[in-house]
Design a protein around this ligand. Structure first.
Ligand code: PEP
Length: 251
């Protein structure tokens, strides 16, 4: 892990969680405040229905909250969508944009993801911009090219002045229990870093690059110490306080 960038571990609860899940948050808060102080910033991105409760309840333990998506517009006739400003109003400080499940299930393009990231920045949120190749793209040797294209299209120019976070999440590793080798992670993160520095200069050297995809208590320590891995985006293993705490403690 690059030592000059403070690490961040974000939990993506996806479409899991009701008010009963706040018990896990209470348990995590207890672990974070009684154990050794975490070396990582801790963020939880719950479903929007409990976002305000997570933001309120997590604050005393230093747990920050994030949304899982936002609309590019600030308001308007977009039934069922949420504006970045609404997430901020509910207490979010971050928002995930361009998750592969949204890219696949809602046909989100790089252009749309970039507009969402711009909206997030405009609302004072830090966008966590997800990129990652499919298994077929990796097998055909295109992984780095695909990710480079996603970075170019999804990261707004405003990243030169504002904080953005990149999450590299190989699509084939999400929720599958499979992970790339540490060498493959190092290679991809180095390539992402190179692209960020090429485009944003010194600012690009400070952008956090998270790894996501079947990050678990069992593999967190080795993955989180790979060069240019500045933390993780965690799906399934963020749902249980004990597992998520073990990952946070692995930093
Ligand atoms: C994710 O969906 O962002 C993710 C990383 O999921 P999982 O950890 O379950 O693979």
């Amino acid at each position: 892990m690059t030592t000059t960038i403070s690490p961040l571990i974000a939990g993506n609860w996806k479409m899991n969680g009701t008010r009963a899940s706040l018990d896990e948050l209470t348990a995590l808060a207890g672990m974070l405040t009684t154990g050794e102080a975490p070396r990582a910033l801790v963020v939880i991105c719950p479903p929007a229905t409990i976002l305000a409760a997570v933001a309120r309840q997590g604050a005393s333990a230093g747990i920050q909250a994030g949304g899982q998506d936002c609309h590019p517009a600030a308001s308007g006739a977009h039934t069922g969508d949420l504006a970045a400003g609404m997430l901020a109003d509910a207490g979010a400080q971050y928002v995930i944009v361009g998750h592969s499940e949204r890219r696949a299930n809602h046909a989100e393009t790089d252009d749309l993801v970039r507009l969402k990231a711009e909206a997030a920045i405009g609302a004072g949120l830090k966008p966590i911009i997800c990129v990652g190749e499919t298994e077929a793209q990796r097998d055909s040797g295109q992984a780095e090219t695909i990710v480079a294209g996603q970075l170019a299209g999804s990261i707004p120019d405003a990243a030169s002045q504002h904080e953005v976070i990149v999450a590299y999440e190989p699509v084939w590793a999400i929720g599958t229990g499979r992970t790339p080798t540490n060498d493959d992670i190092a290679k991809m993160h180095a390539s992402i870093r190179h692209k960020l520095v090429e485009r944003f200069g010194d600012k690009g050297a400070t952008v956090r690059i998270l790894y996501g995809g079947s990050l678990k208590p069992q593999n967190a320590r080795e993955i989180l110490q790979v060069e240019n891995v500045n933390g993780g985006l965690v799906g399934g293993a963020s749902l249980l306080a004990k597992d998520f705490y073990t990952i946070i403690s692995a930093v």
